[in-house]
Design a binder for this molecule. Structure first.
Ligand SMILES: Nc1ncnc2c1ncn2[C@@H]1O[C@H](COP(=O)(O)OP(=O)(O)OP(=O)(O)O)[C@@H](O)[C@H]1O
Ligand SMILES: [Mg+2]
Length: 305
């Protein structure tokens, strides 16, 4: 499949000499949901701003829907809807006018049917004639999404779409974003809620200190980098690990003894560990096993890079 966005050897050095992104190459494919994860200051918003022609490119190239963004910025930008990280709205404007305006700037004729459908999809139909200041924070975020979609873009960037949104509403928004994906829109989102990426993304990209650490299909990433844990629920607190168990990757947390192991290695050494516990007369009442979550994988990736 041909990518809808092609990023090659991209670099960004800000005017003050700070290098925010270095050597980023990434293809994004039609109708995928790509989640970009990374700590504060990693360069996620910088990357999005460059793709949307809001920040200049220092080196490298970006092609959107076949248009090189430095040669054909308007054609490329028309294909993109952006919900920026910071809310930028005119509080006195009515919801409906705000959407109409966003459509108008791209030179499209008005289309009430489409805009009404958009308001329905984002559960905002009853707020149509309200000024934005009358809306709650979560509703304002949804208006930002509607505005970004007003010109019927093929690609939607959501830079932390659910920051400050309550749990229930966040789930609603996930549903709405899934509906958009099903309608064929390519979605690139950034988030600090790993659960959000886990729920929505088909692919995960991790950025740290201006570099891409990994880009991988979500399930493959979890399978490849996931570790397993075996948790022994001890009958008594353990103060110190006996020397004979020193070779195992064990951690004591009060009355829990946690064994981290790689489930794909030939020998997980579980039976040797169980024998060892028996020899040391360490008794347990329960054993649980757990797979590492995307969150744990993410934290490890960022620490290693
Ligand atoms: N205009 C600018 N001039 C100089 N440095 C900048 C500018 N804009 C951003 N930076 C720096 O570039 C780095 C990346 O910032 P960016 O906003 O892309 O991070 P981010 O990954 O989006 O972080 P967050 O998760 O906090 O939103 C930061 O160190 C930031 O201070
Ligand atoms: Mg950001």
């Amino acid at each position: 499949m041909k990518p809808i966005i092609e990023i090659k050897s991209l670099n960004k050095t800000y005017k003050d000499g700070f290098s925010a992104l270095s050597n980023i190459s990434l293809d994004i494919f039609p109708s995928e949901v790509l989640a970009l994860l990374g700590p504060n200051g990693a360069g996620k918003t910088t990357l999005i701003s460059m793709i949307c022609s809001l920040t200049t490119i220092s080196a490298g190239s970006i092609i959107v829907g076949g248009f090189d963004i430095t040669k054909n910025p308007l054609e490329a930008r028309r294909l993109i809807g952006l919900v920026p990280q910071e809310l930028t709205i005119n509080m006195f404007e009515l919801v409906w006018d705000s959407l109409n305006f966003s459509r108008g700037i791209f030179g499209l004729p008005s289309n009430d049917k489409y805009l009404n459908h958009l308001l329905d999809t984002l559960s905002l139909a009853d707020k149509k004639t309200q000024p934005l200041m009358n809306l709650s924070g979560g509703m304002k975020r949804r208006v930002m999404i509607a505005k970004a979609l007003a010109h019927e873009p093929k690609i939607l960037f959501l830079d932390e779409p659910t920051a400050g949104v309550d749990v229930e509403l966040r789930r609603d928004m996930w549903q709405q974003i899934k509906t958009l994906k099903e309608s064929g829109v390519t979605i690139i989102l950034t988030t600090h809620y790993i659960e959000e990426a886990e729920e929505m993304a088909s692919r995960i990209g991790v950025i740290n200190k201006g570099k891409i650490v990994v880009v991988e299909d979500k399930n493959t990433l979890i399978k490849k980098l996931g570790k397993k844990q075996m948790i022994f629920d001890l009958t008594q607190d353990l103060k110190k690990l006996p020397d004979s168990l020193g070779n195992f990757n064990l951690k004591i947390e009060g009355s829990k003894l946690i064994y981290n192991y790689n489930s794909k290695s030939e020998d997980t050494a579980i039976s040797t560990l169980i024998d060892g516990l028996k020899k040391e007369k360490i008794e347990y009442k329960d054993i649980q096993s757990k797979k590492s979550s995307l969150e744990e994988i993410f934290v490890e990736l960022v620490h290693q890079s």
